[in-house]
Design a protein around this ligand. Structure first.
Ligand SMILES: [Mg+2]
Length: 434
């Protein structure tokens, strides 16, 4: 039976949280040195009750909620603010504090907090200097990235780009960025209803450039190479290469969410994060109904998890997007604003993050959206804009290159303008970076 996108979306969020909680009790332990996990248990390493999700679930919920509150658009600044709120106040945690946090995440979020989000580019550059190294190639970005693919599954290219940018917020090293991107592509495939063979083919074609990651994944020449591998040949550690491998091993090898989840967490090591990475992908693949009800019911803050999962699935609007950071124009009296006529100040340019050659996300916002901007207007825009653009009722979401942002925005506006001109009282603004 076909799994609905709603069930897949909820399955991804619940899958991360439940498998995180399943793995928590045996993290840091060597395989076969503990009573095998068969269900939710007291999370002894952190003295938390059974059903407690940790940093993996918390950050996934934070990222998911940033989409929910941004009309299902990627909101870079909001996602970081939510992470910082989790670190400082325990928002999105099971209790009033963040009780599990990796080194890179703590370091990066401290830099973000100190920056007060006033200099995004500067903060990211500092994080790159501090954390872009092989030694800092942990799994802390991979563990939270599933919402990106869940939201952008119709546009794989955009999803991959957003995953790279989002991953760098805390984990800028190459294997972390590539793992996030490859995983996100798989999530998109799952959301599109692809079979495991199709997903294997997709993953096999991913152009890894990080040597260790490339070599590790190159072992798997057919899907049978995954299914034939036995557990004793799989290691679960905090290294992103190991985590991606163990999660995919369980995904390809087992035929149910439950079996795969138990196989992953019983490898010990970084069991909660390996569980979370598996749980999100597999939750989207099988659907939320196939995550045991007993475990969902046994989760701490189950209503909170369910609420965010449901809102993400419904795409409910909670708060308007357009957290404007740099506006190039907003003329309420003028129907159309032409950004090419505006002078770009150096301060505007410097506020735009330039992360190597990465594509960044930008949003052209329809402030004071006219009543005439109907669904047909929206559809008309969608068909005329570049295929990577997304349109909703208040925004045109257009990925832009940091290489030549002015040219791109000007061109993008040229595409919008013919439509915009027919809309009365249309006004426009540009957010440099959501
Ligand atoms: Mg954890």
């Amino acid at each position: 039976m076909a799994v609905s996108p709603k069930s897949r979306t909820e399955g991804a969020i619940w899958g991360v949280c439940v498998a995180d909680a399943l793995g928590g009790p045996v993290q840091f332990k060597d395989p076969n040195t503990f009573e095998p996990i068969t269900g939710l248990r007291y999370v002894a390493p952190f003295r938390q009750p059974a059903g407690s999700y940790s940093d993996d679930g918390s950050m996934t919920l934070a990222l998911a909620n940033s989409f929910v509150e941004s009309e299902m658009q990627y909101n870079h600044i909001m996602s970081i603010k939510f992470y910082v709120e989790w670190m400082t106040h325990g928002r999105f945690s099971t209790i009033d504090r963040a009780w599990d946090m990796g080194y890179s995440t703590r370091k990066a979020l401290s830099i973000w907090k100190k920056s007060r989000m006033e200099n995004i580019e500067g903060a990211q550059a500092r994080i790159d200097i501090e954390l872009d190294s092989e030694e800092r190639s942990g799994n802390g970005s991979l563990m939270r990235i599933v919402p990106v693919g869940v939201v952008y599954w119709r546009d794989v290219r955009l999803a991959r780009e957003v995953a790279r940018v989002q991953g760098r917020v805390t984990h800028p090293s190459l294997p972390c960025v590539e793992a996030c991107e490859a995983y996100t592509e798989l999530v998109c495939g799952v959301m599109n209803g692809h079979t495991k063979q199709q997903l294997f083919d997709t993953f096999s074609a991913f152009p890894f450039t990080h040597r260790a990651l490339k070599e590790r994944m190159a072992q798997y020449k057919t899907i049978s190479d995954w299914t034939a591998k036995t557990s004793e040949h799989i290691t679960s550690s905090g290294w992103v290469v190991d985590t991606l491998e163990v999660a995919l091993w369980a995904f390809f090898k087992y035929d149910s969410w439950k079996k795969g989840a138990l196989a992953v967490v019983n490898r010990g090591g970084d069991s909660d994060t390996a569980g979370a990475v598996y749980g999100g992908l597999a939750g989207a693949y099988y659907g939320v109904e196939f995550i045991p009800q007993e475990w969902k019911d046994g989760m701490q803050r189950k209503d909170f998890i369910g609420g965010i999962a449901n809102k993400l699935a419904q795409g409910h609007k909670e708060q308007a997007i357009c957290n404007t950071t740099q506006r190039i124009s907003h003329e309420t009296e003028t129907p159309v604003v032409d950004p090419s006529a505006l002078t770009w100040q150096s301060s505007v340019k410097s506020s735009i993050p330039t992360i190597n050659q990465n594509i960044l996300a930008s949003t052209l916002c329809f402030t004071n959206r006219p009543a005439s901007f109907t669904r047909s207007s929206k559809d008309q825009l969608r068909t005329q804009l570049s295929p990577m653009s997304q349109v909703n009722e208040s925004c045109v979401f257009i990925p832009i290159s940091s290489e030549d942002i002015k040219t791109y925005v000007t061109q993008a506006w040229a595409e919008v303008r013919p439509i915009a001109e027919v809309l009365p009282k249309f006004t426009g603004s540009h957010d440099s970076f959501q």
